[in-house]
Design a protein around this ligand. Structure first.
Ligand SMILES: Nc1ncnc2c1ncn2[C@@H]1O[C@H](COP(=O)(O)OP(=O)(O)OP(=O)(O)O)[C@@H](O)[C@H]1O
Ligand SMILES: O=C(O)c1ccc[n+]([C@@H]2O[C@H](COP(=O)([O-])O)[C@@H](O)[C@H]2O)c1
Length: 213
């Protein structure tokens, strides 16, 4: 089975990395593709350009076996719709189940995603727990997709929905951006290599005002 973990990764943090490692182990994935989006379809365009978000992600997982950073959304014009991403992945990967991992916060908005029902034509969806986001009522469409058990996910290449508890880490990119902007230290929320890149490129810091003196 191959996993897909998409995100804005602005910036990548241990909430992403720890949950990614846990699902890679729990689902015994051959590989986990981390896919940064170029233009998020559902939120304002990030201030940090895609190539820097990609660089931070690549630095974060450089030494992690089985994690692949997949650049396909960066090479595509227009909004980075997940259905297009899965469609192109499926064209390369025959007969292997694809698992799309999304956090409970992102899952709450799934039915607003572009052509969301088609996601199930290409992949299963695995919803990971995230602190602050409790269970929500499922539509009949989603209820019908719930996998009976884990073995069903490996017997079928796409089409099912399941839920996975992961270590609760209340870390978010929004909180990190705010922390850095207020001059505080993000150490231990994300890899040091990512922090080095944030410093080198002066990311998330308030603009410095020159007095002219
Ligand atoms: N701490 C976490 N626990 C579980 N899932 C997470 C966590 N942080 C992010 N995710 C999941 O990772 C994916 C990508 O998230 P994203 O890159 O938007 O990070 P974020 O921290 O949610 O960012 P932001 O605060 O800017 O919204 C989403 O599916 C999200 O639910
Ligand atoms: O395809 C869509 O319409 C769509 C709408 C919202 C979110 N997504 C994807 O969901 C993933 C998580 O989104 P986010 O906002 O938590 O970074 C990321 O890969 C987004 O591109 C995709």
């Amino acid at each position: 089975m191959i996993g897909v973990y998409g995100g804005t990764f602005n910036p990548v943090h241990y909430g992403h990395l720890r949950t990614a490692l846990e699902v890679k182990e729990l689902f015994e994935l051959e590989q986990l593709r981390l896919i940064p989006c170029r233009l998020p379809p559902h939120r304002d365009e990030p201030d940090v350009p895609a190539h820097l978000r990609l660089q931070m992600l690549e630095a974060a997982v450089a030494d992690t076996h089985g994690f692949n950073v997949d650049r396909r959304e960066l090479d595509r014009a227009g909004p980075s719709y997940m259905v297009d991403t899965l469609h192109s992945l499926r064209a390369e990967i025959d007969n292997t189940p694809l698992l799309l991992f999304i956090g409970a916060d992102a899952f709450a908005g799934l039915e607003r995603w572009h052509q969301w029902q088609r996601l199930f034509d290409y992949a299963h969806i695995v919803v990971m727990t995230r602190p602050g986001y409790a269970g929500l009522a499922l539509s009949a469409f989603l209820q019908q997709r719930i996998a009976e058990d884990r073995t069903q996910l490996s017997r079928q290449t796409a089409g099912l929905l399941t839920f996975q508890e992961v270590t609760a880490l209340a870390i978010s990119a929004t909180a990190i951006r705010e922390l850095v902007a207020s001059g505080r230290d993000p150490q231990f929320l994300m890899p040091d290599r990512v922090i080095e890149l944030i410093r080198r490129h002066h990311l998330y810091q308030p603009p410095t005002h020159h007095t002219g003196n």
